[in-house]
Design a protein. Sequence first.
Length: 275
Amino acid sequence: MTPPVLESVTPSPRFRRWFAWMTRRMIARNFDRVRTTAASLGVFQDAAQHPGPLLIASNHAAWWDPLMALRLAEAYTPNRTLCCPIEMDQYQRFKLLRKLGLFGLEHRHRDALTSMIEHVTQRVDQEPNLLFCITPQGQFTDVRSPIRTRPGVAALAATLPQARVLVLCGEYTFWHDRRPEALWHAQHCEAPDRPTTAGWHRAVRSAMQKAADTLAQQVIARDDTAFIGLPGDPNDGHRGSAAAVHPAYDAWLRLRGVGSRIEPNPSHARQGDTP
């Protein structure tokens, strides 16, 4: 029997809500904060109001990327139905995740791209507010490497003229806390003059490179004020304005009247400073 090129099941909104709750707790335990650049807020708000499908192309720096994408989706576009490709072997291995809206794709098959376009187009016909997410780099890639992409999201954009295309880039970096920061930048990908697959491919790659460069500048500057917390985050992105050492040790120092916070040094963000 010939192995399938694509497999999919009907997603479960109840399972997505539960998984999003679990993901949020997992991220909170492992990261100091999840934040976006201030400019990303308007991008996400505009995208949330778009009446058609939303296509998001994200970089792929680490294992955390899909969970972070879900966290951002829940924060900014909670009413959209997810639709995301995943390698077929992973899809068949982690069957529980199918209910999120993931579909398995045998990307090495010659019909993989055609099958994906047909599947997503059918989903859009049923649910015009679909949220399609993909990591077009196709593999883990260092955040400072030049952006190179596969044509999948470009082919979809050329097929779905009613879709809005966003690019999303993230980094995980240590600043002021023992846990890393998860920092993200989103921007619109403007439609090319010739909205063909080739035209969209160049536009997506260029937009992703610009987004990656913009985020890199903000991360290297280590400027807390350049980033904002996610909507609904109880910490509102300010938990780590100054990082603590350990709860027990911090309490002991407070009893002695000694501050325990590790304060960020604003001078790190300025160019040309000398010791």
